[in-house]
Each structure stands twice: as structure tokens, then as C-alpha cells.
Ligand binder design. Sequence first.
Ligand SMILES: Cc1cc2nc3c(=O)[nH]c(=O)nc-3n(C[C@H](O)[C@H](O)[C@H](O)COP(=O)(O)OP(=O)(O)OC[C@H]3O[C@@H](n4cnc5c(N)ncnc54)[C@H](O)[C@@H]3O)c2cc1C
Length: 501
Amino acid sequence: MFYDVIVIGAGNGGLTSACLLQKMGKKVLLLDAASQVGGLSSSFKVGRFEFDYVTQPLAFLGTESHHGKLYDLFLELGILDDLEFVNGSSVFSRISLNTEETYEIPLGTSSFLTKMEEYVPGSKDAVATFLEYGKEFSLALSNLKEPLDYEKMAREYPHFQEFFSLSLQQGMDELKIPKKAQDLLSTFWMHFGSPSKDLSFVFYASYLYQILEYGLWVCKNRSTDLTMTLCHAFEKMGGCIRTSSCVEEILFQEDEICGVRLSNEEEIKTKVIVADVSMASVYGKMLPKEKVTKQMRKFCHARTLGPRPFCVYLGLNQSKEDLGIHDYPYYISASLNSNEEVKNMNGVSSVIASVMNSSSDSVSSHTTTLVLQSFFVNDYFTEQVFNRDYRMLENEIAQKLITIFEDATKTNLHDAIEEISIVSPVSYASKTGSVDGAFGYLSKGYDNLLPRLFAHEQERLIPNLYFCGNYGPLLSGSAESYLSGAFVSEEIVKEGDHHEE
Ligand SMILES: Cc1cc2nc3c(=O)[nH]c(=O)nc-3n(C[C@H](O)[C@H](O)[C@H](O)COP(=O)(O)OP(=O)(O)OC[C@H]3O[C@@H](n4cnc5c(N)ncnc54)[C@H](O)[C@@H]3O)c2cc1C
């Protein structure tokens, strides 16, 4: 059987690209090594509780009357009528363990600005400028098209080039944003694992602007619902999905891709491959040895692995009101300052806590589904795994996360724990095949969005092989991985047209 395109991995990126390519008239086969689709966008059940692996609500969505780029993508895929999204959170809480400060900050640009002024008098104008630039950068990033017309970019997005090479820290200093406001503005650094001195100013300002403008959303009945809706749309269009189908080798005829070989030795023909898996998996495991070049090894090593998540999924037998917790995310760390936090990080000290009740009708009002997520930004966990009893290590870290949350929020979770599941980087690695359980690469220096986008062409080392998802050109993240599926599909179709011409 010959397919126009084979997609390896049915995570967000793979599923999206499979759907779009099928929609554009290609004959697509989607293969996943696991027995279920979705990769990290799936859920699991423990007792009467169901948990999403990924806890953070979706960015870039918005509503019918005010929509972000993810809304446009789902509209194009024709899946919006089959989905229900609920507002994931309208407020977030920022807590410092060192100083016991707590800030409750609303989403929505004007409420956000008002609150920032209340917490940091005199900050409003500088923060407003930050968000205005964020708006400009988000437009500029959406319109980055190769070859770049620098004069047009400078005319239409004057601050884009000015701030292009600055880190978030440098950009905030340049705008003279007061230090406390800088700390609060940088809260979402925890999703990327990079502190403000490493994150790109352009990327982060655009990201924060879009979160405030379009909100954060969760799919009713969990991310599995979104995954299954995408699968149905793909199959309805004639696409073929095969689970429990692990790709072991990419096959070549002379220098051209000619198919894949699965672990059961089956060979399937294609000339185009989309990989929703890491470069390390493709270059290190799937390519025949003679095809692996120095350049490939160099690119694999040029990047730093992203945060390695460690999550504690808690099924609590009390309502959130009885527990005294709110259904908005808590961002807890020792220091409010991201640079200080990462510098002093030894083990885990930062926690993102999310109450997941609102995303399921089946959650009883007398229970609470709470996920405590932390992450390692270095090799600490990997090193400990080799030197310690694994179960004890997991339990110790889980206990620490629970204590951090209880201390920060002055609550008692222990007495309400009915179910507990611990998912360490080791489990994430076995679920997605990622190196050390990291999601993607760290957004740092060469790994930031703009260098990655600009190096994208150069990094295409094998004709007709494309990467999407966490390892695609748009950085790691739930929303970003869906969008990266669209990005590569457009490229494939464009290059296909070009070849046909
Ligand atoms: C705990 C946690 C918290 C997160 N929090 C956030 C967050 O707050 N905000 C955010 O934006 N993002 C977050 N993310 C990241 C987000 O979940 C991911 O960016 C997104 O789901 C990744 O999608 P993907 O397309 O890269 O595919 P993945 O979900 O990585 O799936 C890859 C798929 O490839 C398959 N596969 C691997 N090898 C093979 C092979 N050889 N053959 C066939 N199939 C193969 C796997 O089985 C898997 O299904 C979080 C992730 C985790 C784990």
C-alpha cells in the first residue's frame, strides 16, 4: 500500500498535520506506537477520578466573536461544532514561599492592568506598553513568511526588530518595568522551564498578550475529547489510523525516502514523512546508520532538553470549597524572581497546581481533582534515578509537592486523599519516547522561537522529512504543537506544488 504521507506519532502535532493533509487531498496514514492515540493529550482513570496528563488549559483559542489562532485552526478542521470548551481560569494565583506573598491576578487585559497597578503602584503604563508590544509581536510572528521582507517588517512592526534579540529580562528592563511587576509578568516562565534571562522577549510578550486577550480554555470531558474529535474528523475524511504500530526504521531508495518499517517487520511505502517525535529518535534510532551525518548529530546536541515534568495527580474526597482551594491555577515557587528561582533550584521547588473539576461533567461536587505539576530543568532527576531506590525517590518528591502546596495555600490535602498517581519523567519518556521525559527543547538562546524559525530551513537535512509537535519549529506546548501540525502541512503542500510545477 502506498501513502502520500505517513505521520509518525498521533500527538497533537501529528494528528493536526494528518487531518490537514488529508483534507488537502493527500492520502495519509497515521501511525502510533501506543495502544491509544493522543500522546500526552490523553487521560487516564484512577478509581472514580479521571485525569488529563496535561494540566494547562489551552492558549490562543478565544471565542467565536473574539478568536485566536487556535480557534481559526479548529474552524478550518471543521471540529468546533463537536467540541465544548469551558473557560479554564479567569484568575491565576502567584505565591512566594520565601516571602509568603500571594497575588491573585485576573486574565483580561484591562483587569490585568488595573490589578498590576494595585499591586505595584506606578507600573501600569510600562506594563501596558509591554502588552501593546506583545500584540504587535503576535501579529509579526503570524506574518513571518520566508523570504523576509525586512523593510516591510520594519514599517509594519517597528518594535519587532528593535526588541528581536532581547531576552525577556532585557526587554522588561528596557521598558523600565518595576522589579515586582517584572516578577509577576514572568509568572508563566514555569511552563517553559526557562527564566526571564533566557526567554525571548518577543516570544513571551506575544504569548502573555494572547493569554490575556483570548483566555485559557479546557475541553469539556478532557483533552481526550479533543483528541478523539480530531481522530473522527481524520477518519471521516478517509484518513487511516493505526495504533500499536511502532516505526523502527525509515526506508530509503538511494537518497529518497521510500517508506517505513514497523517493529513487526511490516513495510509501508511513502515518499513523505511527518515525525511527531524528537530528532533524537529519528536520527538516533530510525535512520539507517549510513544516513546519519555529523550535521544531524550536531543539531541534536545543539539544543538543551526542555523541562522534565513530575506530576502528582490527586483524587480528593472533599469539595474544593471544603478544602479551601479555588479552581484557578496556582503558581508557587520559593522566589517570585524566575532567575533566582532557577539559580537556586536543587530538586523541585516550583509547583503549578491546577484544579481540574470544570473539565468534566462526571466530577462529583463532593470531590476535587487536583494536579500538582513540577519540573526539572537539569539532570537532577536522571542522576537521582541511578543512585536511589526509584519508588522512594518518587514518593519523596510527591510528598514534597503536596507539602509545598499545603504550606503555600494553608490547606490540608492529606486527610482528603482518596487516590494518588505519580507520573515521573521516566513514565513520560516511556509514554512519548522523548529523551529523559522532557517535553521538547528548552526555550533558551539558540532554542528560542525566532532562531528556531530562522534555522528551520537549514535544519531540513533530509528531503521530505518534517518535524512537528514538541520538536517542531514553534516551541513546545499544547497549543503550539497543534499549530506546528498546521505549519508543516502548509510546507508539505507548498513544496509538493512546487515540485509539480
Ligand atoms: C505534565 C505535562 C504538563 C504539560 N503542561 C503543559 C502546559 O502547561 N502548557 C502547554 O502548553 N503544554 C504543556 N505540556 C506539553 C504538551 O502536552 C505537549 O506540548 C503536547 O501534548 C505535545 O504534543 P506532540 O504533538 O509533541 O506529541 P506527544 O504528545 O509527545 O506524542 C507523541 C506520540 O508519538 C508516539 N511515538 C513515539 N515514538 C513512536 C514511534 N517510533 N512510532 C510511532 N509512534 C511513536 C507516541 O506514542 C506518542 O503518542 C505538558 C506536558 C506534560 C507531560
